[in-house]
Design a protein around this ligand. Structure first.
Ligand SMILES: Cc1cc2nc3c(=O)[nH]c(=O)nc-3n(C[C@H](O)[C@H](O)[C@H](O)COP(=O)(O)OP(=O)(O)OC[C@H]3O[C@@H](n4cnc5c(N)ncnc54)[C@H](O)[C@@H]3O)c2cc1C
Length: 381
């Protein structure tokens, strides 16, 4: 599987940096090719017709895709957040219908959670749903939603209009009347992915489309998987910086010899290699922990109790910071050329920045680690 992904990235993604950085129309041709290659949505379990790769394998898959283009990787794996919630918290007929369609068609699932006034503080979400016979009707403005335009289905987080404290995740098929794309964001980096501002205007869906359990808790459970894979994009990006540095240093002369033989350069590359190895180990360990939960006959009760995994938070924050160190070394490596659009390092720096921002910036992650794992004395290890 990993060899196939690597071959796919080498052929379809890595040579096309400029194309992915151009905010290409989504889904890209490469998205269709990933599906043709039988690799799209690789984590969907085999009982739904998918390949069924676990999250630990997915760390390496994402690292390979992100080596080619981090935006493409992000757009390709982000559906795991929704499919995890659907698989664990959706009624089986609903989950089966949509997971089978995603496995067979290679489509995507958008997440409509954050709002302009409720980015990290999701408890301030203003989107609401009302009950109307055997339907629910949902309305609200959502600020950032990756893949939302081309998605087959959207999972929207909203509160019950009759009970302010009751948050739910509601499955809204993309073609439901009332789903509007307001605009596509012109992002600084990750331009190979497509993120939108979206609006739900009186979207009526069957009541069975409301997932079981507290919507914010469901989201936390799914975010474990996507946060670990966001962290894994930093591994691929850092590997690319390392390899570009080696190519450059082989031909760059400093004090009469190639830069590869220079002790300062060797020290920088040794530092990068250490960071890559620790990033990879933390992502794999966090993913293995998540996989252990998912391997239970009924994973939901224990994941529902646990919510956010400490290891997933640590992976995302560590990889954001370590990746940024690598980006900084890389940015200096290529001299003046490194500060131009003629060299790919600038794109890698811009792409890397997202790891420490999306699905919780470092302040948010630190706050979560403190409140969930330091304040409760019983959680300290
Ligand atoms: C490329 C991209 C793709 C995205 N895709 C999606 C998507 O598919 N679906 C979706 O729902 N959302 C998506 N988002 C939203 C993203 O995941 C974040 O939730 C959102 O950007 C953060 O919210 P915010 O902008 O309100 O900023 P905030 O997180 O509120 O941060 C603003 C400021 O407040 C500070 N702050 C916030 N909380 C704390 C705290 N607890 N302690 C101290 N300081 C704090 C921060 O440090 C920062 O300075 C995406 C964003 C990007 C950039």
């Amino acid at each position: 599987m990993l060899d196939r992904v690597r071959a796919f990235a080498d052929a379809e993604i890595t040579p096309r940096s400029d194309y992915f950085d151009s905010l290409p129309e989504a889904p890209t041709v490469a998205t269709a090719r990933l599906h043709e290659a039988g690799l799209a949505n690789w984590w969907i379990p085999s009982r739904y017709g998918g390949i069924g790769a676990d999250l630990e394998e997915s760390v390496d898959i994402v690292s390979e895709l992100a080596y080619g283009d981090a935006g493409f990787a992000f757009g390709s794996f982000l559906s795991i957040l929704g499919t995890t919630m659907l698989r664990l918290c959706g009624e089986e007929p609903l989950a089966r219908t949509h997971l089978e369609a995603l496995a067979a068609g290679g489509g995507s699932c958008g997440i409509l959670a954050s709002e302009e006034q409720a980015g990290s503080e999701l408890g301030r979400i203003a989107a609401r749903f009302t009950h109307d016979g055997d339907q629910v009707v949902i309305s609200g403005d959502k600020y950032f939603a990756t893949n939302a335009d081309a998605a087959d289905l959207l999972l929207a987080v909203a509160r019950d209009a009759d009970d302010d404290a009751d948050f739910r995740v509601v499955l809204v098929p993309r073609d439901t009347p009332g789903v509007e794309i307001v605009k596509r964001w012109d992002m600084v980096g990750m331009r190979g992915s497509a993120t939108y501002q979206a609006r739900l205007r009186d979207c009526a869906v069957p009541a069975a489309h409301v997932l079981r359990g507290n919507g914010l808790r469901n989201l936390e459970i799914g975010l474990n998987a996507s946060r670990i894979l966001i962290a894994a994009t930093a591994i691929g990006l850092a590997r690319r910086v390392r390899d570009l540095s080696m190519e450059y240093a082989a031909v760059k002369q400093v004090k009469g010899s190639a830069l590869t033989g220079n002790a300062v350069f060797a020290g920088k590359l040794g530092q990068i290699e250490m960071l890559i190895d620790v990033m990879r180990n933390q992502c794999r360990a966090a993913a293995a922990e998540f996989d252990r939960y998912m391997a239970a006959p009924d994973p939901l009760p224990s994941l529902y109790r646990t919510g956010t995994l400490r290891s997933a938070l640590a992976a995302k924050m560590y990889c954001g910071q370590a990746g940024w160190q690598v980006a900084t070394i890389g940015s200096e490596m290529f001299g003046g050329l490194g500060y131009t659009h003629d060299h790919p390092i600038g794109k890698l720096v811009r792409d890397l920045r997202y790891v420490g921002l999306v699905e919780g910036g470092d302040d948010v992650v630190r706050d979560l680690l403190y409140s969930r794992f330091v304040v409760p004395a019983g959680k300290r290890r």
